[in-house]
Design a protein around this ligand. Structure first.
Ligand code: NAD
Length: 506
Protein backbone atom coordinates (compact mmCIF):
# COMPACT_ATOMS: atom_id res chain seq x y z
CA UNK A 1 0.00 0.00 0.00
CA UNK A 2 2.97 2.33 0.56
CA UNK A 3 3.57 2.67 -3.14
CA UNK A 4 0.15 4.22 -3.75
CA UNK A 5 0.02 8.02 -4.23
CA UNK A 6 -1.86 9.46 -1.25
CA UNK A 7 -2.76 13.14 -0.79
CA UNK A 8 -3.04 13.96 2.92
CA UNK A 9 -5.32 16.58 4.48
CA UNK A 10 -5.33 19.88 2.60
CA UNK A 11 -6.23 21.61 5.86
CA UNK A 12 -9.25 23.36 4.30
CA UNK A 13 -11.70 24.69 6.90
CA UNK A 14 -15.12 23.05 6.46
CA UNK A 15 -17.84 25.74 6.17
CA UNK A 16 -20.91 25.90 8.44
CA UNK A 17 -23.51 23.23 7.53
CA UNK A 18 -26.00 24.04 4.76
CA UNK A 19 -29.68 23.88 5.66
CA UNK A 20 -31.70 22.16 2.93
CA UNK A 21 -35.51 22.60 2.79
CA UNK A 22 -38.31 21.47 0.51
CA UNK A 23 -39.30 23.86 -2.29
CA UNK A 24 -43.02 23.46 -2.87
CA UNK A 25 -45.12 25.86 -4.94
CA UNK A 26 -42.31 28.44 -4.79
CA UNK A 27 -42.06 28.36 -0.97
CA UNK A 28 -39.17 26.95 1.04
CA UNK A 29 -40.48 24.82 3.89
CA UNK A 30 -39.54 22.39 6.64
CA UNK A 31 -41.32 19.08 7.10
CA UNK A 32 -44.64 19.37 8.93
CA UNK A 33 -43.31 17.13 11.71
CA UNK A 34 -39.95 18.95 11.83
CA UNK A 35 -37.99 15.79 10.89
CA UNK A 36 -34.46 16.32 9.54
CA UNK A 37 -31.52 14.19 8.46
CA UNK A 38 -27.86 15.14 8.87
CA UNK A 39 -25.16 14.52 6.30
CA UNK A 40 -21.54 14.10 7.34
CA UNK A 41 -18.68 14.47 4.86
CA UNK A 42 -17.61 10.94 3.85
CA UNK A 43 -14.02 12.15 3.69
CA UNK A 44 -13.77 14.36 6.77
CA UNK A 45 -16.54 13.15 9.07
CA UNK A 46 -17.80 16.72 9.69
CA UNK A 47 -21.46 17.73 9.59
CA UNK A 48 -21.98 19.41 6.22
CA UNK A 49 -25.75 19.69 5.85
CA UNK A 50 -29.01 19.26 7.66
CA UNK A 51 -31.94 18.51 5.38
CA UNK A 52 -35.68 18.45 5.95
CA UNK A 53 -36.80 14.81 5.89
CA UNK A 54 -40.02 14.65 3.97
CA UNK A 55 -42.94 12.29 4.51
CA UNK A 56 -45.97 11.42 2.46
CA UNK A 57 -47.53 14.84 3.22
CA UNK A 58 -44.60 16.74 1.67
CA UNK A 59 -44.50 14.41 -1.35
CA UNK A 60 -48.21 14.92 -1.94
CA UNK A 61 -47.87 18.70 -1.55
CA UNK A 62 -45.04 18.72 -4.13
CA UNK A 63 -47.10 16.63 -6.55
CA UNK A 64 -50.17 18.83 -6.04
CA UNK A 65 -48.14 21.98 -6.75
CA UNK A 66 -46.69 20.50 -9.96
CA UNK A 67 -50.13 19.23 -11.08
CA UNK A 68 -51.95 22.51 -10.42
CA UNK A 69 -49.22 24.48 -12.18
CA UNK A 70 -49.24 22.19 -15.20
CA UNK A 71 -53.03 22.19 -15.48
CA UNK A 72 -53.20 25.99 -15.17
CA UNK A 73 -51.47 26.01 -18.56
CA UNK A 74 -49.30 29.14 -18.30
CA UNK A 75 -46.07 27.14 -18.34
CA UNK A 76 -47.05 24.37 -20.73
CA UNK A 77 -48.37 26.86 -23.29
CA UNK A 78 -45.52 29.35 -22.85
CA UNK A 79 -43.41 29.76 -25.97
CA UNK A 80 -40.19 27.83 -26.47
CA UNK A 81 -38.48 31.22 -26.60
CA UNK A 82 -39.71 32.12 -23.11
CA UNK A 83 -38.71 28.77 -21.65
CA UNK A 84 -35.30 28.90 -23.34
CA UNK A 85 -34.63 32.36 -21.89
CA UNK A 86 -35.15 31.00 -18.36
CA UNK A 87 -32.98 27.92 -18.97
CA UNK A 88 -30.18 30.12 -20.29
CA UNK A 89 -30.38 32.31 -17.16
CA UNK A 90 -30.13 29.18 -15.01
CA UNK A 91 -27.00 28.12 -16.93
CA UNK A 92 -25.40 31.52 -16.27
CA UNK A 93 -26.32 31.35 -12.57
CA UNK A 94 -24.88 27.84 -12.19
CA UNK A 95 -21.59 29.19 -13.56
CA UNK A 96 -21.72 32.20 -11.23
CA UNK A 97 -22.20 29.89 -8.24
CA UNK A 98 -19.85 27.16 -9.49
CA UNK A 99 -17.39 27.26 -6.58
CA UNK A 100 -20.09 27.22 -3.91
CA UNK A 101 -21.96 24.35 -5.56
CA UNK A 102 -18.78 22.35 -6.19
CA UNK A 103 -17.68 22.67 -2.56
CA UNK A 104 -20.99 21.30 -1.25
CA UNK A 105 -20.97 18.56 -3.88
CA UNK A 106 -17.52 17.50 -2.67
CA UNK A 107 -18.43 17.69 0.99
CA UNK A 108 -21.58 15.58 0.62
CA UNK A 109 -20.32 13.03 -1.93
CA UNK A 110 -16.58 12.74 -1.21
CA UNK A 111 -15.64 13.42 -4.85
CA UNK A 112 -12.53 15.51 -5.66
CA UNK A 113 -13.10 19.28 -5.81
CA UNK A 114 -11.45 19.63 -9.24
CA UNK A 115 -13.77 16.97 -10.64
CA UNK A 116 -16.80 18.57 -8.94
CA UNK A 117 -16.00 21.90 -10.60
CA UNK A 118 -15.84 20.18 -13.99
CA UNK A 119 -19.21 18.54 -13.37
CA UNK A 120 -20.89 21.80 -12.39
CA UNK A 121 -19.54 23.45 -15.55
CA UNK A 122 -20.87 20.45 -17.48
CA UNK A 123 -24.26 20.87 -15.81
CA UNK A 124 -24.43 24.52 -16.95
CA UNK A 125 -23.73 23.33 -20.50
CA UNK A 126 -26.65 20.89 -20.27
CA UNK A 127 -29.03 23.73 -19.33
CA UNK A 128 -27.76 25.69 -22.36
CA UNK A 129 -28.18 22.73 -24.68
CA UNK A 130 -31.72 22.07 -23.40
CA UNK A 131 -32.53 25.76 -24.00
CA UNK A 132 -31.59 25.30 -27.65
CA UNK A 133 -34.00 22.35 -27.89
CA UNK A 134 -36.89 24.31 -26.35
CA UNK A 135 -37.02 26.42 -29.51
CA UNK A 136 -37.13 23.59 -32.04
CA UNK A 137 -39.96 21.44 -30.68
CA UNK A 138 -42.32 20.62 -33.53
CA UNK A 139 -44.44 17.81 -34.84
CA UNK A 140 -45.33 16.74 -38.39
CA UNK A 141 -47.92 17.66 -40.96
CA UNK A 142 -49.52 15.25 -43.44
CA UNK A 143 -50.91 16.81 -46.59
CA UNK A 144 -51.09 13.66 -48.67
CA UNK A 145 -54.23 12.22 -47.05
CA UNK A 146 -56.54 13.43 -49.82
CA UNK A 147 -57.71 16.80 -51.10
CA UNK A 148 -60.05 17.45 -48.17
CA UNK A 149 -57.93 16.21 -45.26
CA UNK A 150 -55.02 17.65 -43.36
CA UNK A 151 -53.33 15.78 -40.54
CA UNK A 152 -51.00 17.23 -37.94
CA UNK A 153 -48.99 15.45 -35.29
CA UNK A 154 -48.44 17.61 -32.23
CA UNK A 155 -45.67 17.15 -29.68
CA UNK A 156 -47.02 18.12 -26.26
CA UNK A 157 -45.41 18.08 -22.82
CA UNK A 158 -46.15 14.78 -21.11
CA UNK A 159 -47.27 16.55 -17.92
CA UNK A 160 -46.05 16.19 -14.34
CA UNK A 161 -42.68 14.42 -14.08
CA UNK A 162 -41.21 12.87 -10.92
CA UNK A 163 -37.43 13.15 -11.05
CA UNK A 164 -35.63 10.78 -8.66
CA UNK A 165 -31.83 11.06 -8.50
CA UNK A 166 -28.85 9.17 -7.01
CA UNK A 167 -25.92 10.49 -4.97
CA UNK A 168 -22.98 9.92 -7.31
CA UNK A 169 -23.41 12.95 -9.63
CA UNK A 170 -26.09 15.00 -7.86
CA UNK A 171 -26.20 18.23 -9.88
CA UNK A 172 -25.11 16.67 -13.16
CA UNK A 173 -27.83 14.03 -13.15
CA UNK A 174 -30.67 16.36 -12.19
CA UNK A 175 -29.37 18.53 -15.06
CA UNK A 176 -29.67 15.59 -17.46
CA UNK A 177 -33.38 15.53 -16.69
CA UNK A 178 -34.88 18.78 -15.39
CA UNK A 179 -33.88 21.26 -18.14
CA UNK A 180 -35.10 18.82 -20.80
CA UNK A 181 -38.42 18.36 -18.96
CA UNK A 182 -38.76 22.13 -18.60
CA UNK A 183 -37.81 22.71 -22.25
CA UNK A 184 -40.69 20.37 -23.17
CA UNK A 185 -43.12 22.38 -21.00
CA UNK A 186 -43.49 19.82 -18.20
CA UNK A 187 -43.64 20.57 -14.49
CA UNK A 188 -41.61 18.52 -12.02
CA UNK A 189 -41.21 17.17 -8.52
CA UNK A 190 -37.57 16.41 -7.80
CA UNK A 191 -36.21 14.10 -5.12
CA UNK A 192 -32.44 14.16 -4.72
CA UNK A 193 -30.71 11.35 -2.85
CA UNK A 194 -31.01 11.61 0.93
CA UNK A 195 -27.19 11.51 0.98
CA UNK A 196 -26.66 14.54 -1.29
CA UNK A 197 -29.64 16.91 -1.00
CA UNK A 198 -27.92 20.31 -0.88
CA UNK A 199 -26.84 21.14 -4.41
CA UNK A 200 -30.33 20.38 -5.74
CA UNK A 201 -31.61 22.96 -3.22
CA UNK A 202 -29.02 25.48 -4.42
CA UNK A 203 -30.34 24.78 -7.93
CA UNK A 204 -33.81 25.57 -6.53
CA UNK A 205 -32.47 28.95 -5.32
CA UNK A 206 -31.12 29.62 -8.82
CA UNK A 207 -34.40 28.60 -10.49
CA UNK A 208 -36.19 31.24 -8.39
CA UNK A 209 -33.53 33.83 -9.26
CA UNK A 210 -33.97 32.96 -12.95
CA UNK A 211 -37.72 33.71 -12.58
CA UNK A 212 -38.97 30.16 -13.18
CA UNK A 213 -42.66 30.46 -12.20
CA UNK A 214 -43.57 29.03 -8.78
CA UNK A 215 -44.75 25.43 -8.83
CA UNK A 216 -43.01 24.50 -12.10
CA UNK A 217 -40.10 22.79 -10.32
CA UNK A 218 -40.70 21.49 -6.81
CA UNK A 219 -38.14 19.79 -4.58
CA UNK A 220 -39.10 17.25 -1.95
CA UNK A 221 -36.28 15.94 0.24
CA UNK A 222 -36.25 12.57 1.94
CA UNK A 223 -35.81 8.84 1.50
CA UNK A 224 -37.10 6.38 -1.07
CA UNK A 225 -39.67 5.25 1.48
CA UNK A 226 -41.96 7.20 1.60
CA UNK A 227 -41.07 10.12 -0.73
CA UNK A 228 -39.75 8.19 -3.75
CA UNK A 229 -42.58 5.68 -3.51
CA UNK A 230 -45.23 8.43 -3.45
CA UNK A 231 -43.60 10.06 -6.49
CA UNK A 232 -43.78 6.70 -8.33
CA UNK A 233 -47.35 5.72 -7.51
CA UNK A 234 -49.40 8.93 -7.38
CA UNK A 235 -52.06 9.16 -10.09
CA UNK A 236 -51.36 12.87 -10.60
CA UNK A 237 -47.84 12.09 -11.87
CA UNK A 238 -47.57 11.33 -15.61
CA UNK A 239 -43.98 10.11 -15.78
CA UNK A 240 -41.14 9.01 -13.51
CA UNK A 241 -37.62 9.79 -14.64
CA UNK A 242 -35.30 7.75 -12.43
CA UNK A 243 -31.56 7.31 -12.16
CA UNK A 244 -30.25 4.83 -9.62
CA UNK A 245 -29.73 1.16 -8.94
CA UNK A 246 -31.31 -1.59 -11.00
CA UNK A 247 -33.05 -3.00 -7.91
CA UNK A 248 -34.80 0.28 -7.11
CA UNK A 249 -35.51 0.83 -10.82
CA UNK A 250 -37.40 -2.46 -10.92
CA UNK A 251 -39.35 -1.47 -7.80
CA UNK A 252 -40.27 1.88 -9.37
CA UNK A 253 -41.34 0.21 -12.58
CA UNK A 254 -43.63 -2.12 -10.61
CA UNK A 255 -44.99 0.72 -8.47
CA UNK A 256 -45.66 2.91 -11.52
CA UNK A 257 -47.52 0.12 -13.32
CA UNK A 258 -50.55 0.68 -11.09
CA UNK A 259 -51.31 3.87 -13.01
CA UNK A 260 -49.43 2.93 -16.22
CA UNK A 261 -47.42 6.11 -16.04
CA UNK A 262 -44.39 6.37 -18.29
CA UNK A 263 -41.12 5.33 -16.65
CA UNK A 264 -37.62 6.13 -17.87
CA UNK A 265 -34.79 4.34 -16.09
CA UNK A 266 -31.05 5.02 -16.04
CA UNK A 267 -29.64 2.11 -14.02
CA UNK A 268 -26.45 0.24 -13.20
CA UNK A 269 -23.75 -1.23 -15.39
CA UNK A 270 -20.88 -3.73 -15.47
CA UNK A 271 -19.24 -2.17 -18.43
CA UNK A 272 -16.70 -4.19 -20.43
CA UNK A 273 -13.71 -2.86 -22.33
CA UNK A 274 -12.31 -5.36 -24.81
CA UNK A 275 -8.63 -4.99 -25.71
CA UNK A 276 -7.39 -6.67 -28.87
CA UNK A 277 -3.66 -7.44 -29.29
CA UNK A 278 -3.15 -4.75 -31.96
CA UNK A 279 -4.42 -1.98 -29.63
CA UNK A 280 -2.26 0.91 -28.45
CA UNK A 281 -1.69 -0.54 -24.98
CA UNK A 282 -0.45 2.72 -23.46
CA UNK A 283 -3.57 4.60 -24.54
CA UNK A 284 -5.76 1.71 -23.42
CA UNK A 285 -4.03 1.43 -20.03
CA UNK A 286 -4.57 5.12 -19.31
CA UNK A 287 -8.25 4.95 -20.30
CA UNK A 288 -8.74 1.76 -18.26
CA UNK A 289 -7.18 3.45 -15.22
CA UNK A 290 -9.50 6.43 -15.69
CA UNK A 291 -12.53 4.18 -16.21
CA UNK A 292 -11.82 2.15 -13.07
CA UNK A 293 -11.07 4.94 -10.58
CA UNK A 294 -13.01 7.98 -11.82
CA UNK A 295 -15.44 9.03 -9.04
CA UNK A 296 -13.86 6.23 -6.96
CA UNK A 297 -15.55 3.76 -9.30
CA UNK A 298 -18.93 4.99 -8.02
CA UNK A 299 -20.04 5.61 -11.58
CA UNK A 300 -22.66 3.87 -13.69
CA UNK A 301 -20.16 4.04 -16.58
CA UNK A 302 -17.28 2.62 -14.57
CA UNK A 303 -15.16 0.48 -16.90
CA UNK A 304 -14.97 -2.10 -14.16
CA UNK A 305 -14.50 -5.17 -16.34
CA UNK A 306 -11.69 -5.51 -18.85
CA UNK A 307 -11.62 -8.37 -21.30
CA UNK A 308 -8.10 -8.53 -22.68
CA UNK A 309 -6.55 -10.81 -25.30
CA UNK A 310 -4.42 -13.47 -23.60
CA UNK A 311 -1.30 -12.49 -25.59
CA UNK A 312 -1.23 -8.95 -24.11
CA UNK A 313 -2.99 -9.54 -20.77
CA UNK A 314 0.17 -9.58 -18.68
CA UNK A 315 1.70 -6.53 -20.35
CA UNK A 316 -1.51 -4.51 -20.16
CA UNK A 317 -2.19 -5.44 -16.53
CA UNK A 318 1.36 -4.40 -15.61
CA UNK A 319 0.82 -1.02 -17.27
CA UNK A 320 -2.49 -0.44 -15.45
CA UNK A 321 -0.93 -1.47 -12.13
CA UNK A 322 1.93 1.01 -12.71
CA UNK A 323 -0.51 3.82 -13.53
CA UNK A 324 -2.67 2.91 -10.52
CA UNK A 325 0.26 3.67 -8.24
CA UNK A 326 0.43 7.21 -9.64
CA UNK A 327 -3.25 8.18 -9.32
CA UNK A 328 -3.57 10.61 -6.39
CA UNK A 329 -6.08 9.22 -3.87
CA UNK A 330 -6.87 11.35 -0.81
CA UNK A 331 -8.38 14.54 0.57
CA UNK A 332 -11.03 15.56 -1.98
CA UNK A 333 -10.55 19.21 -1.04
CA UNK A 334 -6.99 19.21 -2.39
CA UNK A 335 -7.09 20.27 -6.07
CA UNK A 336 -4.43 17.64 -6.88
CA UNK A 337 -6.63 14.74 -5.73
CA UNK A 338 -8.14 12.60 -8.49
CA UNK A 339 -9.94 9.99 -6.34
CA UNK A 340 -11.75 10.83 -3.12
CA UNK A 341 -13.78 9.10 -0.43
CA UNK A 342 -16.36 6.30 -0.56
CA UNK A 343 -19.95 7.45 0.01
CA UNK A 344 -20.71 5.50 3.23
CA UNK A 345 -19.27 2.89 5.61
CA UNK A 346 -21.93 0.41 4.41
CA UNK A 347 -20.80 0.88 0.82
CA UNK A 348 -17.14 0.43 1.85
CA UNK A 349 -18.09 -2.91 3.38
CA UNK A 350 -19.92 -3.94 0.21
CA UNK A 351 -16.93 -3.13 -2.02
CA UNK A 352 -14.52 -4.97 0.26
CA UNK A 353 -16.91 -7.92 0.48
CA UNK A 354 -16.67 -8.44 -3.30
CA UNK A 355 -12.86 -8.31 -3.22
CA UNK A 356 -12.47 -10.65 -0.25
CA UNK A 357 -14.98 -13.14 -1.70
CA UNK A 358 -13.04 -13.21 -4.98
CA UNK A 359 -9.77 -13.80 -3.13
CA UNK A 360 -11.36 -16.59 -1.09
CA UNK A 361 -12.51 -18.09 -4.40
CA UNK A 362 -8.96 -18.18 -5.83
CA UNK A 363 -8.56 -14.77 -7.49
CA UNK A 364 -5.31 -12.77 -7.26
CA UNK A 365 -5.00 -9.12 -6.24
CA UNK A 366 -2.45 -7.30 -8.43
CA UNK A 367 -2.68 -4.11 -6.39
CA UNK A 368 -4.79 -2.77 -3.49
CA UNK A 369 -7.51 -4.89 -1.98
CA UNK A 370 -8.43 -3.00 1.18
CA UNK A 371 -9.33 0.25 2.92
CA UNK A 372 -7.02 3.23 2.69
CA UNK A 373 -6.21 5.61 5.56
CA UNK A 374 -5.54 9.20 4.50
CA UNK A 375 -3.49 11.16 7.01
CA UNK A 376 -5.37 13.97 8.70
CA UNK A 377 -8.59 13.09 6.85
CA UNK A 378 -10.01 9.65 7.60
CA UNK A 379 -10.33 6.03 6.57
CA UNK A 380 -13.44 5.99 4.37
CA UNK A 381 -11.30 5.45 1.28
CA UNK A 382 -10.61 2.32 -0.75
CA UNK A 383 -7.30 1.47 -2.41
CA UNK A 384 -7.00 1.27 -6.19
CA UNK A 385 -7.62 -2.45 -6.69
CA UNK A 386 -7.06 -4.81 -9.60
CA UNK A 387 -8.26 -8.40 -9.37
CA UNK A 388 -6.97 -11.02 -11.83
CA UNK A 389 -7.22 -14.77 -12.34
CA UNK A 390 -11.01 -14.62 -12.27
CA UNK A 391 -13.74 -16.90 -13.48
CA UNK A 392 -16.35 -14.95 -15.49
CA UNK A 393 -19.14 -16.16 -13.20
CA UNK A 394 -17.63 -14.77 -9.98
CA UNK A 395 -19.79 -11.98 -8.45
CA UNK A 396 -16.91 -9.49 -8.74
CA UNK A 397 -16.94 -10.08 -12.52
CA UNK A 398 -20.73 -9.93 -12.97
CA UNK A 399 -22.08 -7.47 -10.34
CA UNK A 400 -21.80 -3.70 -10.15
CA UNK A 401 -19.17 -3.32 -7.38
CA UNK A 402 -19.34 0.51 -7.54
CA UNK A 403 -15.87 1.03 -6.12
CA UNK A 404 -12.29 1.54 -7.40
CA UNK A 405 -12.01 -2.12 -8.33
CA UNK A 406 -11.07 -3.50 -11.74
CA UNK A 407 -11.77 -7.10 -12.79
CA UNK A 408 -9.52 -8.60 -15.47
CA UNK A 409 -10.76 -11.40 -17.74
CA UNK A 410 -8.94 -12.81 -20.76
CA UNK A 411 -9.99 -14.16 -24.19
CA UNK A 412 -8.52 -15.90 -27.21
CA UNK A 413 -10.94 -15.16 -30.10
CA UNK A 414 -13.25 -12.31 -31.18
CA UNK A 415 -16.33 -14.45 -30.57
CA UNK A 416 -15.17 -15.33 -27.07
CA UNK A 417 -14.58 -11.66 -26.28
CA UNK A 418 -18.02 -10.74 -27.59
CA UNK A 419 -19.63 -13.56 -25.61
CA UNK A 420 -17.93 -12.42 -22.39
CA UNK A 421 -18.96 -8.80 -23.04
CA UNK A 422 -22.59 -9.71 -23.70
CA UNK A 423 -22.87 -12.40 -21.04
CA UNK A 424 -24.12 -9.91 -18.43
CA UNK A 425 -27.49 -8.80 -17.15
CA UNK A 426 -26.43 -5.18 -17.72
CA UNK A 427 -26.01 -3.30 -21.01
CA UNK A 428 -25.08 0.29 -20.28
CA UNK A 429 -21.80 0.93 -22.07
CA UNK A 430 -18.91 -0.96 -23.64
CA UNK A 431 -15.51 -0.21 -25.12
CA UNK A 432 -13.25 -1.73 -27.73
CA UNK A 433 -9.56 -1.15 -28.35
CA UNK A 434 -7.95 -2.11 -31.68
CA UNK A 435 -5.94 -0.44 -34.43
CA UNK A 436 -8.29 -2.11 -36.92
CA UNK A 437 -11.46 -0.04 -37.44
CA UNK A 438 -13.23 -3.06 -38.84
CA UNK A 439 -12.64 -4.95 -35.56
CA UNK A 440 -13.94 -1.91 -33.64
CA UNK A 441 -17.04 -1.47 -35.79
CA UNK A 442 -17.90 -5.18 -35.87
CA UNK A 443 -17.70 -5.22 -32.08
CA UNK A 444 -19.66 -1.95 -31.78
CA UNK A 445 -22.51 -3.36 -33.86
CA UNK A 446 -22.69 -6.68 -32.01
CA UNK A 447 -22.20 -5.67 -28.40
CA UNK A 448 -25.31 -5.21 -26.26
CA UNK A 449 -24.89 -1.70 -24.85
CA UNK A 450 -26.50 1.72 -25.05
CA UNK A 451 -23.15 3.43 -25.69
CA UNK A 452 -20.00 2.04 -27.32
CA UNK A 453 -16.63 3.76 -27.19
CA UNK A 454 -13.94 2.76 -29.67
CA UNK A 455 -10.32 3.55 -28.70
CA UNK A 456 -11.54 5.87 -25.97
CA UNK A 457 -13.61 5.71 -22.78
CA UNK A 458 -16.37 7.79 -21.22
CA UNK A 459 -16.38 10.79 -23.52
CA UNK A 460 -19.79 12.43 -23.37
CA UNK A 461 -21.60 15.30 -25.04
CA UNK A 462 -25.02 16.89 -24.44
CA UNK A 463 -25.77 16.17 -28.10
CA UNK A 464 -25.21 12.40 -27.76
CA UNK A 465 -28.04 10.27 -26.31
CA UNK A 466 -27.24 8.16 -23.26
CA UNK A 467 -29.00 5.18 -21.72
CA UNK A 468 -28.88 1.44 -21.33
CA UNK A 469 -30.29 -1.80 -22.68
CA UNK A 470 -31.19 -4.97 -20.75
CA UNK A 471 -31.18 -4.32 -16.98
CA UNK A 472 -29.31 -1.03 -17.38
CA UNK A 473 -32.51 0.80 -18.14
CA UNK A 474 -35.03 2.04 -20.62
CA UNK A 475 -35.36 5.34 -22.43
CA UNK A 476 -32.65 7.83 -23.27
CA UNK A 477 -31.32 11.06 -21.84
CA UNK A 478 -29.42 13.84 -23.63
CA UNK A 479 -29.50 14.66 -27.32
CA UNK A 480 -32.80 15.19 -29.08
CA UNK A 481 -33.97 11.82 -27.70
CA UNK A 482 -33.59 13.26 -24.19
CA UNK A 483 -36.18 15.89 -25.05
CA UNK A 484 -38.50 13.46 -26.84
CA UNK A 485 -38.81 11.42 -23.60
CA UNK A 486 -40.78 14.31 -22.09
CA UNK A 487 -43.06 14.83 -25.09
CA UNK A 488 -46.33 13.09 -25.88
CA UNK A 489 -47.65 12.69 -29.42
CA UNK A 490 -51.15 13.88 -30.29
CA UNK A 491 -52.75 13.30 -33.68
CA UNK A 492 -55.18 15.90 -35.07
CA UNK A 493 -57.08 14.98 -38.26
CA UNK A 494 -58.93 17.84 -39.91
CA UNK A 495 -61.49 17.82 -42.67
CA UNK A 496 -61.35 20.88 -44.87
CA UNK A 497 -64.71 22.29 -45.92
CA UNK A 498 -67.92 20.20 -45.86
CA UNK A 499 -66.93 17.26 -48.02
CA UNK A 500 -67.51 14.45 -45.49
CA UNK A 501 -69.62 11.61 -46.90
CA UNK A 502 -72.52 10.87 -44.48
CA UNK A 503 -72.35 7.40 -42.84
CA UNK A 504 -76.12 7.22 -42.57
CA UNK A 505 -77.88 7.80 -45.85
CA UNK A 506 -80.75 10.27 -45.65
P1 NAD B 1 -30.48 3.96 -5.33
O1 NAD B 1 -31.27 3.19 -6.33
O2 NAD B 1 -30.21 3.38 -4.02
O3 NAD B 1 -31.20 5.38 -5.04
C1 NAD B 1 -31.51 6.30 -6.08
C2 NAD B 1 -32.66 7.17 -5.63
O4 NAD B 1 -33.83 6.37 -5.48
C3 NAD B 1 -32.44 7.88 -4.30
O5 NAD B 1 -32.97 9.19 -4.39
C4 NAD B 1 -33.28 7.03 -3.34
O6 NAD B 1 -33.74 7.75 -2.22
C5 NAD B 1 -34.44 6.64 -4.24
N1 NAD B 1 -35.19 5.45 -3.82
C6 NAD B 1 -34.77 4.42 -3.04
N2 NAD B 1 -35.76 3.51 -2.90
C7 NAD B 1 -36.82 3.97 -3.62
C8 NAD B 1 -38.13 3.48 -3.89
N3 NAD B 1 -38.55 2.31 -3.40
N4 NAD B 1 -38.95 4.21 -4.67
C9 NAD B 1 -38.54 5.37 -5.22
N5 NAD B 1 -37.31 5.91 -4.99
C10 NAD B 1 -36.46 5.20 -4.22
O7 NAD B 1 -29.13 4.37 -6.09
P2 NAD B 1 -27.89 5.15 -5.49
O8 NAD B 1 -27.18 4.24 -4.54
O9 NAD B 1 -28.31 6.50 -5.04
O10 NAD B 1 -27.02 5.35 -6.83
C11 NAD B 1 -26.16 4.38 -7.32
C12 NAD B 1 -26.81 3.63 -8.48
O11 NAD B 1 -27.22 4.54 -9.49
C13 NAD B 1 -25.83 2.68 -9.16
O12 NAD B 1 -26.47 1.47 -9.42
C14 NAD B 1 -25.51 3.41 -10.48
O13 NAD B 1 -25.11 2.57 -11.52
C15 NAD B 1 -26.80 4.09 -10.77
N6 NAD B 1 -26.57 5.21 -11.68
C16 NAD B 1 -26.95 5.07 -12.99
C17 NAD B 1 -26.71 6.12 -13.89
C18 NAD B 1 -27.11 6.02 -15.33
O14 NAD B 1 -27.19 7.05 -15.99
N7 NAD B 1 -27.38 4.84 -15.85
C19 NAD B 1 -26.09 7.28 -13.44
C20 NAD B 1 -25.72 7.38 -12.10
C21 NAD B 1 -25.99 6.33 -11.22
Amino acid sequence: MNDITIIPSAGVVIPAPYTARHLIGGVWMDSADGAVSDRFSPAHGSLVSTAAKGGRAEAEAGIAAARTTFDAGDWRFSSGKERAAILLRVADLIEEHLNRIALLETLESGKPITQAKGEIAGAADLWRYAASLARVIHGDSHNSLGADMLGVVLKEPIGVVSIICPWNFPLLIVSQKLPFALAAGCTAVIKPSELTPSTTCILGELLIEACLPAGVANIVLGFGDPVGEALSTDRRVDMVSFTGSTDVGKRISAAASGTLKKVSLELGGKNPQVIFPDADLDQAADAITFGAYFNAGECCNSGSRIIVHQDVAEALTAKVVALSRKVPFGDPLDPATQVGAIISPEHMAKIDGYVQAAVADGADVAIGGGALHVDGVGAQFYQPTIVTNLRPDMPIATDEVFGPVLSVLTFATFDEALHLANNASYGLSAGVWSADMSTCLTFARRVQAGTVWTNTWMDGFPEMPFGGVKESGQGRELGRYGLEEFLEVKTVQMRIGTTRQPWVSS
